[in-house]
Design a protein around this ligand. Structure first.
Ligand SMILES: Cc1ncc(COP(=O)(O)O)c(C=O)c1O
Length: 410
C-alpha cells in the first residue's frame, strides 16, 4: 500500500462508519431526471433540488436539446477558443440583452465562471473582500489568485452580510483596489444579501467594485426573474454578475455579465475558460429555450414560485419549525444535531420525499439542517405530503421539541 492508500483509508473513517450504520445520505442514484423521480424503483419527490422554476424537464426544453444533438452532437472536443458555435454566441447576446448588461460570456460551469472572473480581475494591487459564508467557487477563485506568483492579491473576510464589517475591511485594506464578492442568496441559509447596505459601503469607496454571484437569485428574485439586482433596481451599481445554468436554467453552465471590455478581458485571461472544453450545444439549446420562457412570461413563472414559497413558509413556521436565517424559497429546516438531520432524512426518503441533510463540515457542528427548496414545479399534493411527513418525523426525532436525542448505544 502506498501513502495515498493509507491517507484515503484514514480520511474515509467517518464515511465508512456512516455507511456501516446505514445512515450515509449522499450520492443516491436517481432513475430519471426532474423533481419527481425514483430511487431503487421507489417514487421520490425531490425537495432539495435547485430546479427552481421546474423547467428542467419541460417538453420544449427536451425537444430543443434533441434537435441540437442532431446538429452538433454532445461535445465539441475543445475549449471555446477553437470550439465556439453560433449557438453559444447567439445565447450570450440574448442573455446580455435580457439581463440588461452590455456583454455576456458563457462558461462550462458556474464554478468555473466565478473562479475565472476572480482570477482575471484580482492582482497584487487588489484586496479581495469576501463574505465569511461565501460559496466554494468564490473561495477557490480567491485562493487560486492568492497563489499566483508575484501577483497575489490580499484577502479579507467580512462578517456575513454586515456593512459595518465590510466598511472596516475597506478602510483597513493594504492594496489600492477592492473587489468585494457577495452572493444574491446564500444557499445553505436561504437568506438574501443585505444588498442595499453593502452597496452603500462599496459606493463610498471610489476604488471598490462589487461582484455578485446570483446563482440562486437568477429566476427567483426580481419581478421578471433577473435576480437580486432587479428586485432592488440596482443593476447600474453592480458591474459584474456571475450566475449559472445549473439551477433555474435547467442544465449546466456559467454566466458572466458586465461591460464589454471587462467581459472580453475575462474571456482572454480566465484559465478556467481557456483551458476547459466548451459548453455542449444541447445544453446551450436547453438554456436558450428556458430563456424564451422567461422572456415570454418571467413574471408569471416567478409569481407562481413566490406563491408556493409563501405557503410553505407559513405552513412550516405554523408547525413550529425553525428556518434559520431564511427569507427566500430556500428554507433550511434547522435540526441542530447531526443524528436528527440524518434520521429525518432517512425516514422521509423511506416515505418518498427527499430532503438532503447538511452536516459538518458543510455547516458548523450544532447547525445541522435539512435542505428544503420549494420550487415552482412542486404541486400542492407534494407540499402537503412533505408537511405531513415532516411534522410526524419532526416530532419523532425531537426537532420540534428541541430536546436532545438519547445517546447512541451502538
Ligand atoms: C452560490 C453558488 N455559486 C456557484 C455555484 C456553482 O454553479 P455550477 O453548479 O454551475 O458550477 C453554486 C452551485 O452550487 C452556488 O451555489
Amino acid at each position: 500500500m502506498s501513502w495515498i492508500d493509507t491517507k484515503a483509508h484514514e480520511a474515509l473513517a467517518r464515511i465508512r462508519e456512516a455507511k456501516e450504520n446505514q445512515v450515509y445520505p449522499f450520492f443516491k442514484q436517481f432513475e430519471s431526471g426532474g423533481l419527481h423521480t425514483s430511487i431503487d424503483g421507489k417514487p421520490i419527490v425531490n425537495f432539495s433540488s435547485n430546479d427552481y422554476l421546474g423547467l428542467t424537464t419541460h417538453p420544449k426544453v427536451k425537444e430543443a436539446s434533441k434537435k441540437a444533438v442532431d446538429q452538433y452532437s454532445c461535445g465539441l472536443s475543445s475549449s471555446r477558443v477553437q470550439a465556439t458555435t453560433v449557438a453559444h454566441v447567439e445565447l450570450e447576446e440574448r442573455l446580455a440583452d435580457w439581463f440588461g448588461y452590455e456583454a455576456c460570456l458563457l462558461f462550462t460551469t458556474g464554478y468555473q465562471a466565478m473562479v475565472g472572473t476572480i482570477m482575471s480581475l484580482a492582482d497584487k494591487d487588489t484586496t479581495i473582500i469576501l463574505d465569511n459564508l461565501s460559496h466554494a467557487c468564490i473561495l477557490d477563485g480567491t485562493f487560486m489568485a492568492a497563489g499566483t506568483p508575484r501577483n497575489a492579491p490580499e484577502i479579507r473576510f467580512f462578517n456575513h452580510n454586515s456593512a459595518r464589517s465590510l466598511r472596516r475591511c475597506l478602510r483597513t485594506r493594504e492594496r489600492k483596489n477592492a473587489l468585494v464578492c457577495i452572493e444574491g442568496i446564500y444557499s445553505l441559509d436561504g437568506d438574501e444579501a443585505n444588498l442595499l447596505e453593502l452597496l452603500d459601503a462599496v459606493d463610498e469607496d471610489e476604488n471598490a467594485v462589487l461582484v455578485c454571484d446570483d446563482a440562486h437569485g437568477t429566476g427567483t428574485l426580481g419581478k421578471g426573474g433577473r435576480g437580486i439586482f432587479e428586485k432592488y433596481d440596482v443593476k447600474d451599481r453592480i458591474p459584474v454578475v456571475v450566475s449559472t445554468f445549473s439551477k433555474t436554467f435547467g442544465g449546466i453552465g456559467g454566466i458572466l455579465l458586465g461591460e464589454r471590455d471587462v467581459v472580453d478581458h475575462v474571456k482572454n485571461m480566465a484559465r478556467s475558460f481557456l483551458f476547459s472544453a466548451s459548453l455542449p450545444v444541447p445544453i446551450v439549446a436547453a438554456a436558450s429555450t428556458i430563456l424564451d420562457m422567461l422572456v415570454e412570461d418571467g413574471e408569471g413563472l416567478v409569481a407562481e414560485l413566490h406563491e408556493k414559497s409563501a405557503y410553505m413558509r407559513k405552513s412550516l413556521t405554523d408547525i413550529g419549525f425553525d428556518l434559520g436565517m431564511s427569507d427566500t424559497h430556500i428554507m433550511p429546516v434547522m435540526c441542530n444535531e447531526e443524528r436528527k438531520a440524518l434520521f429525518t432524512h432517512l425516514a422521509m426518503l423511506e416515505s418518498g420525499v427527499m430532503l438532503v441533510p447538511i452536516v459538518y463540515p458543510g455547516v458548523k457542528k450544532g447547525e445541522e439542517r435539512l435542505r428544503l427548496n420549494v420550487t415552482r414545479g412542486h404541486s400542492k399534493e407534494d407540499m402537503e405530503k412533505l408537511l405531513e411527513l415532516l411534522e410526524t418525523y419532526g416530532n419523532a426525532f425531537m426537532i420540534l421539541s428541541g430536546e436532545e436525542l438519547a445517546p447512541y448505544e451502538g
